[in-house]
Design a protein around this ligand. Structure first.
Ligand code: PCA
Length: 206
């Protein structure tokens, strides 16, 4: 089984993105699968286009994209991507869409086709806090999740796709507001490997 694992580059003034840092630490044979990794720019439309180009190139069985959700305390497995983007902060190329539809010919939303609840439960079972999230927001992560699901619906019906948001790493919260949650990148990487175990074992849960 081949799995594309993507992580975003740093954005919003951060010098690292714990998502891509953790992606890099995941074993290339996690869960016995062939893991192909890709760093994705935090740029509306371009990030999604790069992931889709890689999907066309390597034709994997599943794609799991990973992004930073600073302020969230645990791993969150996204359940749905929505056909809408709106940014409070510009992306890495200065774009800040003020409420746009992603795909004019797309559904309002698509459910992730990887089993979000089972992935969150399996990560929890290994002692790392995780839960299902029912909103990936309206920024570049949602753009990628929605666009990949839209692509799969029309061009790769067997492809399973999903998204995981991860907290800040501890070094990112130093000097920020008191109580801002964080998680060690090593634990985030372990959580991604547990997610991959579920994809390998029961990726067609929905
Ligand atoms: N997180 C952002 C985009 C890139 C990333 O890692 C998001 O949640 O949309």
């Amino acid at each position: 089984m081949r799995i594309l694992l993507t992580g975003f580059d740093p954005f919003g003034g951060e010098t690292i993105n714990p998502a891509y840092e953790a992606v890099q630490m995941v074993s290339d044979s996690a869960g016995g699968a062939d893991i192909v990794k890709l760093e994705v720019p935090t740029v509306f439309r371009k990030g999604a286009a790069m992931v889709i180009e890689k999907l066309r190139e390597i034709n994997p069985d599943a794609v799991l994209s990973v992004g930073q959700a600073g302020g969230r305390a645990g791993i969150t497995v996204e359940f749905v991507g929505i056909n809408y983007i709106e940014a409070r902060h510009p992306d890495n190329e200065g774009q800040a869409p003020d409420g746009e539809i992603i795909a004019a010919d797309g559904e309002d939303a698509y459910f992730a086709t990887l089993p979000a609840r089972e992935i969150a439960e399996h990560i929890n079972a290994h002692g790392i806090p995780a839960s299902v999230s029912y909103s990936a927001g309206t920024y570049v992560c949602n753009d990628v999740l929605y666009s990949v699901l839209h692509y799969a619906r029309h061009h790769a019906p067997a492809l399973k796709a999903g998204f995981i948001h991860v907290p800040f790493a501890p070094e990112q919260v130093v000097g920020k507001r008191e109580g801002l949650p964080s998680m060690h990148i090593g634990d985030i990487a372990k959580a991604l490997e547990y997610a991959i175990e579920v994809i390998v074992c029961c990726g067609d849960g929905r």
